[in-house]
Design a protein around this ligand. Structure first.
Ligand code: ATP
Length: 493
């Protein structure tokens, strides 16, 4: 990672802690690795990101509905989905440092190093050999590649490796009060299966017609072996997933549609398009017939924030087979090619799956700015979060200029009329400049100041976070002005 990128990530992480966005879980007990807590402002920002997604996916689409399924599910579901047998990472331990690594990531780091050193032929050979070994699940071959390319443990510096073994990423626990005789169940590693197993419940109770989608936001758990980069790779995280059910043969059209729709969702936040790209999968999972990742340029490189997959009828067919229940849909629409109703079939599925925590990190990184405000006379700077107003934890801060002369009462009066519509914060401590800076640092887009003139003519100043410009407006107009600026319409229309 380049020095200034490393610095940026470090600064965002410490800013997130200092202002109550993200804390290490169980910090007073020295923390729990790859688990994080969202603080008072983090919870607000996270909720706003969820709302943006839910509105865009569920409320703006007549043919998409949202559900909230349980984390605990019947253990057979994970057999059917392939997670019990296939949700593995190839792992290797260094015997000296006792550290465990993902074998493919060690090889990928080596490829990156070769590319950096201008050894592109070597990088390409290793890439091909690694891809082949992964595809064939040839674990001894992965070990051989690690040895041949003289990869050493970054901690011990030695090449004293164990064999490569598969390591399942699902957490398990006992279901039922008695450990004895209780069944082992899993914490769900993705929210998608809760949608698949409810497909017919929703379709029938909602009288849904294909094409239609089911969305949900919820926690997922993966026992990630290498947890790094802050909230990028966590053991407990949140996903926002949507499964779109379509007629077989129409999936490629819908895949193209959702690729564009999801990118548009990201770009509406004002992010520069060159920060994003699609990474189309060349090698596909056995159940997919097309797949792409939306990647964002994090300080540590372009990384996946969202996956879009054409999953064919794999999941529903598997559940039909494992549960013994029909997962078919009767389609009365006439197929243009045959002139007959399409009849019964298992729908095909396009999935969009975005990590809420990765989206949160992306949003913080994008918004974080250290601005030099120095003039010839004095050095000055500020740290600000340029969050989109619709996402900002506080929409408006309300300040009495001083603590006396009835200004606090007037400011409270305004706050009391606003608080039903916007998340507001009232602050009377410190000089006004200092209060503005604190609001810049947490991304509050507007500050309203009540001064002595307010008592005479019922006007206040509104100060804009990004431009620092101030204007005087009538209190009577304030709610409409702010309402317009923070409206979801600005993102969704
Ligand atoms: P990666 O290759 O980075 O492990 P993945 O391909 O396993 O991700 P998916 O199974 O497609 O990820 O999950 C969909 C989304 O869930 C990802 O795009 C990512 O944003 C998020 N996600 C997956 N694993 C984690 C994790 N451990 N911590 C935080 N977010 C995650």
């Amino acid at each position: 990672m380049a020095k200034n990128n490393e610095e940026l990530l470090k600064n965002v992480i410490s800013h997130a802690k200092e202002y109550g966005f993200v804390f290490q879980s169980s910090e007073i007990y020295d923390g729990l690795s790859a688990v994080y807590d969202y603080g008072q402002l983090g919870a607000e920002l996270k909720n706003n990101i969820k709302t943006y997604w839910w509105k865009a996916m569920v409320q703006m689409n007549e043919n998409i509905v949202g559900i909230d399924s349980a984390i605990f599910m019947h253990p057979k579901i994970w057999k059917a989905s392939g997670h019990v047998d296939g949700f593995n990472d190839p792992m290797i331990d260094n015997k000296d440092s006792k550290k465990r690594y993902r074998a493919d990531q060690l090889l990928e780091d080596k490829i990156t190093r070769y590319l950096k050193d201008g050894k592109s032929a070597k990088a390409e050979t290793l890439q091909t050999a690694m891809d082949e070994a992964l595809k064939a699940e040839d674990l001894p071959q992965l070990k051989l590649l690690i040895e041949e390319h003289e990869i050493a443990c970054p901690v011990s510096g030695t090449r004293n490796w164990t064999e490569v073994r598969q390591f399942n990423l699902m957490f398990s626990t006992q279901f039922g009060a008695m450990a004895e005789g209780a069944d082992e169940i899993y914490l769900r590693p993705e929210t998608a299966q809760g949608i698949f197993v409810n497909f017919l419940n929703v379709q029938k109770s909602g009288r849904m017609k294909i094409p239609f989608g089911i969305a949900q936001i919820g926690k997922a758990f993966r026992n990630e072996v290498i947890a790094r980069q802050f909230i990028m790779r966590m053991r407990e995280f949140e996903q926002m997933e949507m499964q779109f059910f379509v007629a077989p043969g129409t999936e490629m059209e819908w895949f193209a549609h959702w690729k564009q729709a999801r990118l548009k969702w990201h770009l509406a936040l004002g992010t520069s398009p060159d920060k994003y790209h699609f990474h189309d999968h060349v090698k596909l999972a056995h159940y997919a017939n097309a797949a792409t990742d939306i990647e964002f340029e994090f300080p540590f490189g372009f990384k996946e924030v969202e996956g879009i997959h054409s999953r064919t009828d794999f999941d529903l067919s598997q559940h039909q087979q494992f549960s013994g229940k029909k997962m078919q849909y009767f389609d009365a629409e006439v197929d243009e090619t045959t002139g007959k109703p399409r009849g019964n079939y298992i729908p095909y599925v396009i999935e969009t799956s975005i990590g809420l925590d990765r989206m949160f990190l992306l949003t913080m990184i994008n918004a974080f700015e250290e601005q030099d405000l120095s003039t010839e006379d004095k050095t000055d700077s500020r740290t600000l979060l340029r969050l989109h107003p619709a996402l900002a934890p506080y929409k408006v801060a309300i300040f009495p200029l001083t603590k006396k002369d009835g200004l606090p009462e007037k400011a409270r009066e305004i706050m009391n009329t606003f608080k039903y519509d916007f998340n507001c914060i009232y602050e009377e401590k410190d000089a006004i400049g200092k209060r503005y800076r604190r609001m810049d640092a947490v991304g509050t887009p507007f500050c309203v100041t009540v001064d002595h003139q307010t008592l005479e003519d019922n006007t206040v100043t509104i100060r804009h976070r990004d431009s620092m410009a101030q204007e005087r407006v009538a209190i009577a107009d304030l709610q409409a002005i702010i309402g317009d600026l923070v409206s979801w319409k600005n993102l969704l229309a």
